[in-house]
Design a binder for this molecule. Structure first.
Ligand code: ZN
Length: 296
């Protein structure tokens, strides 16, 4: 029997659907624009209905989401400012329509799960995965388990120092203004500098400031959780000049205090890009589907 798993990366601009069992056989990638929940989720369901031998589905979702199995809104996207999507049923709607087990978690946790299974975090029990794009999400594992708590981590909304003289921009977050996401997400770069982030040249001062903000957040996560690795993904990290700048800033911020050779001498292997690249999310969703099927 040929079991196929469905992976859904549910993002604020598009949903990516895929089928497969590993990076080697990942196929049928379909992108569906994120419009309204009825239209987008309807198209996702139609796509998977056409697939034979579908055993289970995993969903890596933008958030915040409800992960409490005892809650009446389990499987929903909750307080998102995205118009039309607040309290939209996602996981239960997909499960009801396709009649297969559905795994559900945050986009960053699931991308981390993909990296743990096949990528940069293989064999590690403690790591952080941050995605820096339209928003900033963070997840990963502590002691071999994806990070969950009362809800789920919201690393994008931690507070980092904001020198308003050097950077008078007020911040993009509708809830907090100048939280980490408010200062460092893609739309914040666009508003601050007056042009889309991807059009800013590599030597533009935007990138030094961006690296500083990302390094401040990584510094705080290193000091709180002491991960064995920090993986930085998302559209903003496609700027190749950022990663070396972030590593340099993190070393300066920690200032030799933490005596770990991984940070002092080998930071190029400590703060890294996702090995699965843009497919970390959808491959993580395939792992989530496998776990949903076996009830792990
Ligand atoms: Zn915020």
């Amino acid at each position: 029997m040929c079991a196929l798993y469905g992976g859904i990366e549910a993002g604020g601009t598009k949903f990516v659907c895929a089928l497969g069992t590993s990076p080697q056989d990942l196929g049928v990638l379909k992108q569906i624009p994120t419009t309204t929940p009825a239209e987008t989720i309807g198209q996702v369901i139609d796509f998977f209905r056409e697939q034979k031998e579908l055993s289970a589905v995993g969903i890596a979702s933008f958030g915040p989401i409800d992960l409490n199995l005892n809650s009446p809104t389990y499987g929903y996207i909750t307080t998102t400012p995205k118009p039309g999507w607040a309290f939209a049923d996602l996981a239960r709607a997909v499960g009801r329509a396709l009649k297969v087990p559905v795994g559900f978690d945050t986009d960053a946790n699931v991308a981390g799960l993909g990296e743990h299974h096949w990528g940069a975090a293989q064999g590690l029990d403690n790591f952080i995965y941050l995605t820096i794009g339209t928003g900033i999400g963070g997840g990963g594992m502590v002691n071999g388990k994806l990070i969950h708590g009362l809800v789920h981590p919201e690393i994008g909304h931690i507070r980092i120092p904001h020198d308003k003289k050097a950077d008078p921009y007020a911040g993009h977050c509708p809830f907090h203004g100048d939280c980490f996401e408010g200062l460092a997400c893609g739309p914040a770069l666009q508003e601050r500098w007056g042009q889309p982030a991807e059009t800013l040249p590599a030597n533009h001062p935007a990138w030094a400031l961006e690296a500083r903000y990302l390094a401040l957040a990584v510094n705080n996560l290193v000091c709180t959780l002491f991960p064995q690795k920090v993986i930085l993904g998302g559209g903003i990290m496609e700027q190749p000049q950022l990663l070396p700048l972030i590593r340099e800033n993190v070393q300066k911020l920690l200032n030799g205090y933490i005596q770990a050779q991984e940070i002092l001498k080998d930071i190029d292997h400590y703060i890294v890009a996702p090995k699965l690249g843009k497919q970390a999310g959808v491959l993580g969703a395939i792992v989530l589907a496998m776990q949903a099927q076996t009830g792990v």
